[in-house]
Write a protein that binds this ligand. Structure first.
Ligand code: PMP
Length: 408
């Protein structure tokens, strides 16, 4: 079985060496954003210090080299997702922009009055709001796949929803609020049986498990660099060629055109049609270093290791009286959302911070999920391959201490 050495890997992350409030940092907020390994920081510094130039536009040597590095990341991403062709990889600002790009470029062109878009009850706001905006503009309707008490989608309800009115399904691969790994293979297969394309929001999946867009047969797949050990401000949209070609561009401007006159503009071929303006060059290059780093560890090994942390954390937190875990699906990523009787999640977060433990408390940009489980907010510990079993234990001890403080 695939394994990894978390103790050794931790030394790649400068942030993980620091102390917080006099304690060694225990970073359990990787679902919000991951820490950065030195190789990514070094690669971006090197680019800025020694290689900096724009891409595509210029014929001088630095620009040619920057373009090579930039396009090199496109190949890296294509391999990372097992995309058939590099022109299917579009650089975006992140998951949010990727979804908005599809809502604009595909949705506004092909979705009209009375049509339906299906999402799920566990979506991040990024995979709700763009579709709502589209529905409002077009007179289309949003349908929502319900979720059971454990955080699993009710597929029978989904099957009933798929009709000739359905024009798109947009589904999270892994819920950031509950940790559920959704059966996207089934969701895609059922949608395709109705000729409906599927967008998968892979923000929480791409950094934590192997993703193969050809095996999934998804039509669009989006993720963010910053949750995958890469920089902020960069993300990826994968799309099927046939769909990307039929879509309208998202942003207009330089680099996305073929010819411009005041009468008419023709657009550049893929992928440049969707990359208007000077892109986030250093961030793209940093993303390449990050994905190389993750592939070096192995996504299978990462998934296996993080699953062990999940099982340990689930058992440890379940053993504490008053702790309720929200999201107990059969297939879960290493995300544990929980509440503690009588203590607001924000207070849990604040007290854990005093112990050097960084978690997130709030609605996790998924307010409908909070409403579904009848809680205003949860505390959320999320794990990465650089976390240790001793940190899971530290979390358990700190929660017990928090409960004891509140009992006084
Ligand atoms: N979808 C999911 C499932 C997420 O977890 C997040 C980030 N929390 C997003 C979308 C949005 O990603 P970003 O803010 O990087 O655009």
């Amino acid at each position: 079985p695939a394994t990894l050495d978390a103790v050794a890997l931790r030394s790649d992350f400068p942030t993980l060496r620091r102390t917080i409030n006099g304690h060694p940092l225990v970073y359990l907020d990787s679902a919000a954003t991951s820490q950065k390994p030195q190789v990514v920081i070094d690669r971006m510094n090197q680019f800025y210090a020694e290689e900096y130039s724009t891409v595509r536009r210029s014929i001088h040597l630095l620009s040619a080299k920057a373009t090579q590095a930039y396009e090199g990341t496109r190949r890296t991403v294509a391999q990372f997702l097992n995309a058939p062709e590099t022109r299917q990889i579009i650089f975006t600002k992140g998951t949010t922009e990727g979804i908005n790009l599809v809502a604009h470029g595909y949705g506004r062109k092909f979705i009209g009055a009375g049509d339906e878009i299906i999402i799920s009850a566990t979506e991040h706001h990024a995979n709700i709001v763009p579709w709502q905006m589209l529905c409002e503009e077009k007179g289309a309707h949003l349908r929502v796949i319900p979720v059971d008490d454990r955080g699993e989608l009710i597929l029978e309800a989904y099957e009933q929803m798929l009709t000739e009115r359905t024009k798109l399904v947009a589904i999270g691969h892994i819920s950031n609020a509950l940790g559920t790994i959704h059966p996207v293979e089934d969701i895609i297969r059922l949608a395709h049986a109705h000729g409906v394309p599927v967008l998968v929001d892979g923000a929480q999946a791409a950094p934590h498990m192997p993703v193969d867009v050809q095996a999934l047969d998804c039509d669009f797949y989006v993720f963010s660099g910053h949750k995958a050990c890469g920089p902020t401000g960069i993300g990826v949209l994968y799309g099927k060629v046939e769909l990307l070609e039929r879509m309208n561009p998202f942003l207009g401007g330089g680099d996305m055109i073929e010819t411009v006159t005041f009468e008419k503009t023709t657009y550049a071929p893929l992928p440049h049609k969707f990359e208007a303006g000077t892109p986030a060059i250093a961030e793209v290059i940093g993303l390449g270093a990050a994905l190389d780093y993750l592939r070096g560890i192995g996504l299978e090994a990462i998934a296996t290791y993080e699953h062990q942390l999940l099982e340990q954390a689930t058992a440890r937190l379940s053993s504490i009286p008053g702790v309720r875990i929200i999201g107990t699906a059969q297939r879960k990523a290493a995300i544990v959302s929980f509440t503690v009787d009588g203590i607001h999640p924000h207070d849990i977060g604040t007290l854990l911070d005093q112990e050097g433990i960084a978690i997130r408390a709030g609605h996790h940009c998924a307010q409908p999920v909070m409403a579904r489980y009848g809680v205003p907010a949860t505390a959320r510990a999320s794990f990465a391959f650089y976390n240790l079993p001793s940190e899971v234990e530290a979390l358990g001890v700190a929660i017990e201490k928090t409960i004891a403080v509140f009992a006084l």
